[in-house]
Design a protein around this ligand. Structure first.
Ligand code: ZN
Ligand code: ZN
Length: 398
């Protein structure tokens, strides 16, 4: 559950949303299993969802994270190669040099706009633009001598589009910023002349006349989950970022009808997909639910509690397979409703299944799990605990 961890909230009687939620199934897992709490990206850091998830799967972000762009791009099905620089993009509306809507009037389909821009070549760099959901897109630069160390064109707020600046003095950063600025100018010209935009203006809709980018990252090959852990793996998620993490790690990313990555997601359909994957012999299944984090960013403690209760109900089928399946429940970071943002607070975690030595904790909650068998786990150690319980921890000595 994304952003699962929280802090005590007065309107919930000084309980956290997880503590206040009725979670009989997770409580049973906690009672049968072992619990604890994890500093996902290490003590003293506030993880973004990208770094949080890489850490949960045992990938050190120092080595394998260079920005959100590549993760978003592979999540949209772009094949990245060594040395590509990828960005997250969004179509926006500019008027007289000022951004008046960062979502171009909530563009329903960015497909035709991305199609008009993809295939461009600037100097020796070819540029791929791939449509994402609504106003979103991914932008990929492909060619020699690129660097992710440049500023965004997206001001990420009101104002004007930024001119990208190199963030260091290397020829690669200078070149990449120069190409991004040229791309920005040419893309704006092409978009302004696009019939789809004339049509939007005619219908009193805001034109998508700007493509803003941010989150530059350099793609480098990342060891695949299956090679690292010797387990086949699938990913059940709705949100693009989480599908992107799955793709990046070589998981089979399933398309589950009704999995939206939002509050209206069909959790039962996702759990059905998980069960089907386990049935067909997939050895590791990652299921992600975003609703907890969405409510947290809105400061909606009641909504977060209700979403946790829905997850609890949905995961009931997992209770019947504990004799041959290890179930791990946790989050990628805390997102306290009071902060409406991520924090460095620990996240509760539980492990349940055959052979897990149970501790005295009988409830799944932030403060209950402080008394569990796995205190202060680092995110990078979680897969090691999984390996212990699966009998896969490597033998050392004779
Ligand atoms: Zn997250
Ligand atoms: Zn978040």
């Amino acid at each position: 559950m994304d952003g699962l961890g929280d802090r005590p909230i007065p309107e919930l009687g000084n309980l956290t949303p997880l503590e206040a939620a009725k979670t009989p199934n997770m409580d049973l897992l906690a009672k049968k299993g072992a619990t604890g709490f994890t500093y996902v990206a290490g003590l003293g850091l506030t993880p973004g969802s990208d770094v949080g998830h890489l850490s949960l799967f045992g990938y050190d972000y120092h080595k394998y994270y260079s920005g959100r762009g590549p993760i978003e791009a592979v999540g949209l099905g772009v094949k990245l190669g060594e040395g590509d620089v990828a960005f997250r993009g969004n179509f926006a509306t500019e008027k007289d040099g000022t951004i008046i809507d960062r979502r171009a009037g909530r563009l329903a389909d960015s497909g035709p706009f991305a199609a008009a821009l993809t295939g461009m070549k600037i100097e020796d760099i070819s540029i791929e633009v791939k449509a994402g959901t609504a106003h979103r897109a991914a932008v990929v630069f492909r060619g020699p001598g690129l660097s992710p160390n440049i500023g965004p064109t997206d001001p990420h707020g009101p104002g004007t589009a930024h001119t990208s600046e190199p963030l260091d003095g290397t020829p690669e950063a200078i070149k990449t910023a120069r190409i991004l600025n040229a791309f920005h100018a040419r893309a704006s010209e092409i978009l302004a002349a696009l019939p789809e935009n004339a049509e939007r203006i005619k219908n009193n809709k805001l034109p998508a006349n700007l493509l803003l980018v941010r989150g530059a990252g350099l793609y480098t090959h990342i060891p695949q989950f299956q090679d690292k852990y010797g387990m086949t793996c699938s990913c059940v998620a709705g949100g693009g970022l989480y599908k992107g993490v799955g793709s990046l790690l070589g998981m089979e990313v399933l398309e589950v009808a009704g999995a939206t990555g939002k509050l209206d997601t069909d959790l039962n359909a996702k759990v059905r997909a998980v069960m089907a994957e386990l049935d067909r012999g997939v050895e590791f299944v990652f299921m992600h639910a975003k609703g907890t984090d969405i409510c947290s960013h809105d400061g909606d403690a009641q909504g977060k509690k209700a979403f946790i209760e829905r997850v609890d109900e949905a995961i009931a089928p997992l209770l019947s397979v504990l004799d041959h399946v290890l179930v791990v429940v946790t989050g990628d970071h805390s997102t306290p409703c009071a902060l409406k943002d991520h924090s460095g607070d620990a996240v509760p975690i539980l492990f349940a299944g055959e052979g897990v030595r149970n501790d005295d904790v009988e409830r799944f909650g932030e403060r209950a799990c402080v008394h569990g068998a796995f205190p202060s786990l680092l995110g990078l150690d979680i897969m090691k605990v999984v390996n212990i319980h699966l009998g896969r921890a490597p033998y050392m000595g004779a």
